[in-house]
Structure formats: structure tokens, C-alpha cells
Ligand binder design. Structure first.
Ligand SMILES: NC(=O)c1ccc[n+]([C@@H]2O[C@H](COP(=O)([O-])OP(=O)(O)OC[C@H]3O[C@@H](n4cnc5c(N)ncnc54)[C@H](OP(=O)(O)O)[C@@H]3O)[C@@H](O)[C@H]2O)c1
Length: 255
């Protein structure tokens, strides 16, 4: 089986869905040559599980990246570039995100701006900074069409950000989370439209309701199962899915 991509970068990869993405990518029979596992504090206790995983797999490069900090982003691009040795980056997975409980009546300006910064501004700047490497991968690929093996951006969104169906799902109010994921969806649609002619695929992906710190123990889906589904979906993406909103099983979701 061919690798999903020669090079993959994942944000927020020290726990939850991000950590499992890195683990499953590294443990597949034909792993990517480079897995850039980024997180905001790799040296601290939050980075322990990722460091232990990286010790077992030389394909994993642990890279510091705080999506809210533009200088850490620029430094991460340099580190990634140095490993790629003149090649482009094939697959960027914008996974890092935060959710804060709060309703319209309890929400404060500072909290709303902070969540917006992490869930919308951060992933958009990550794409902006890595775009030259993604475009390079697209330009230098010998394959036609679009795929994660060529050049792709995957933004981890949530069904709670869907205006069409997001209100079918009840639960505690997460006002800022819903609003920011709807905004991330629009950013994904903008990226898809702008980057279509460059051959860079852009898709918004809902991972399911997953047992992580964010999803809580109440969630029905294990992180292993969600990530297995996500990787299966990614392997089959083509130009038909650029600008689409999909779930972890490949079903189309309304914006
Ligand atoms: N779990 C679900 O049910 C569910 C459902 C729908 C969508 N999603 C989406 O899936 C993605 C992953 O969720 P998860 O369940 O794995 O969440 P999680 O367990 O809470 O993990 C969140 C990850 O994001 C990182 N992060 C937060 N702020 C960051 C920043 N400024 N810079 C870099 N990394 C940052 C965290 O790093 P630290 O350890 O440093 O905080 C952590 O690695 C999120 O985008 C989430 O919205 C999850």
C-alpha cells in the first residue's frame, strides 16, 4: 500500500485526535517519510506521550508550534523546511482547537476572541505560512488531479458549526465554539476556491463525537475508531471533495 503522503504535518498533536493521527500514521505498514508532529509545549509534561511515541518512530519530528503565536509559526516552517530538503509539504492537518462552555448570556469578549484566535485565525495563519511548501508539493507532483498524496489542507471542524444541521445536536451551550467552527468552514471554502487552480485540495472534516478531553468520556466514538475513519477518508479524497464538508465516515455534511 502506498503511503497516504510523503510528508504530513499535524497541529495539536500531543493529545487527543492529533496524537492518535500521528500514532496511526507512524504505525501504518507504509508510513510517510516525514511526520511533523507539532504542539505548543513539546518539552513540558503535556508533550510526554508525544515524545515517547517519537522515540519509537524516526519518521516523527516533534516541532514546537503554537497556532496563536506567529513567531512560533515562522520558526516551525524553518524546521519543517530543513527536514524536507528542498521538497514540498504534501498534507497539512489543522487539528488544534479549543472549546469553552458558555451561552450567549455568559459569553465574554475576551473568551470569544481567544477561541476565535485559536480556532480560526490560528489555522488560517498556519495555512498562510505553509502555503509555499504546499504549492511546491503540488507543482512538483507527477500525479494529475488532487489528493492528500499531492497537496492538501484538512481543517478539523465540527458538526456543531453547521448552520444546516448543527442544531440537531443538543448538549451544553458552546456558543463561541459553534461560531468559530462555522467561521473555519468559511475559511476552508475560501481556501478551496483560491487554491483549486494551484492543485491544493482543501476539505473541512468533522471527526465524529470522540472520547477525548474535549469530547469527554460521554462521547460514543473512541479516538482510535475516529482516526481510522479519518485516515480512510483522507486516502480517498480527490478534486470532487475540495471545498466539501465531510465527516469521519466520508459522508457529506451541509454547511
Ligand atoms: N472530540 C470531539 O468530539 C470533537 C468533535 C468535533 C470536532 N473536534 C475537533 O477536533 C480537533 C481535535 O480535538 P480533540 O478532541 O483532540 O481535542 P483535545 O483533546 O482537547 O486536544 C486539543 C489539542 O489542541 C491543542 N491546542 C489548543 N490550543 C492550541 C494552540 N494555541 N496551539 C497549538 N495547539 C493547541 C491542544 O494542545 P495543549 O495540550 O497544549 O492544550 C491539544 O493538543 C479540534 O479542532 C476539535 O474542535 C473534536
Amino acid at each position: 500500500m502506498a503511503p497516504l503522503a510523503c510528508s504530513v504535518l499535524v497541529t495539536g498533536s500531543n493529545r487527543g485526535i492529533g496524537l492518535e493521527l500521528v500514532q496511526q500514521l507512524a504505525e501504518t505498514t507504509d508510513p510517510p517519510e516525514h511526520i511533523f508532529a507539532t504542539c505548543r509545549n513539546p518539552a513540558g509534561s503535556q508533550g510526554k506521550a508525544l515524545r515517547e511515541l517519537a522515540d519509537k518512530h524516526p519518521t516523527i519530528h516533534v516541532v514546537q508550534l503554537d497556532v496563536k503565536d506567529p513567531s512560533s509559526l515562522k520558526a516551525a516552517v524553518s524546521v519543517v523546511e530543513s527536514h524536507l530538503n528542498g521538497k514540498g509539504l504534501n498534507l497539512l492537518i489543522n487539528n488544534a482547537g479549543v472549546a469553552i462552555y458558555g451561552s450567549l448570556e455568559t459569553m465574554e469578549q475576551e473568551e470569544m476572541l481567544s477561541v476565535f484566535n485559536t480556532n480560526v485565525v490560528g489555522p488560517t495563519l498556519v495555512v498562510k505560512e505553509f502555503l509555499p511548501l504546499l504549492k511546491k508539493a503540488a507543482r512538483e507532483s507527477a500525479t494529475e488531479g488532487m489528493s492528500c498524496g499531492k497537496a492538501a489542507i484538512i481543517n478539523l471542524t465540527s458538526r456543531l458549526g453547521s448552520i444546516g444541521r448543527g442544531f440537531e445536536f443538543e448538549g451544553p451551550p458552546v456558543y463561541s465554539y459553534r461560531v468559530t467552527k462555522a467561521a473555519l468552514n468559511m475559511a476552508t471554502a475560501c481556501m478551496a476556491s483560491e487554491l483549486q487552480s494551484e492543485g491544493v485540495l482543501c476539505t473541512a472534516l468533522h471527526p465524529g463525537w470522540v472520547k477525548t478531553d474535549m469530547g469527554t468520556a460521554e462521547a460514543p466514538l473512541t479516538v482510535e475508531c475516529s482516526v481510522r475513519g479519518i485516515l480512510r477518508v483522507l486516502a480517498n479524497l480527490s478534486s470532487l471533495e475540495t471545498g466539501a464538508f465531510l465527516d469521519w465516515e466520508g459522508n457529506h455534511f451541509p454547511w
